[in-house]
Design a protein. Sequence first.
Length: 112
Amino acid sequence: MKVRLFVSTVLALGLMVTALATPKHLATFLKTYPSVKNNAVGKAKCAVCHVKGKELNVYGKDLQKVLQEKKTKDLTAEILKSVEKLDSDKDGASNGDEIKAGTLPGDPKSKP
Ligand SMILES: [Ca+2]
């Protein structure tokens, strides 16, 4: 009985770790921009919007503004597209152009 409980606990923890590694927002981002999968943007994963942990970079903050305006926590393709014309990191390239080019919209050192 104890072994069974241990195995279920390990499985449950494993599922939780997997869930954290692919959060909902990242899944929405990748679904909206499938072309980034194998470039720097896709590899950055959470770092597309976050500095570390939950802290947001400038691109993440622009998205957060829209989420707050819409009074929602659910990131959608529509919300992602609404900040494409902005240049969050002020490197001269719009967020949309950066994502298309495979550079990070929240990092001025990464530009097309
Ligand atoms: Ca930019």
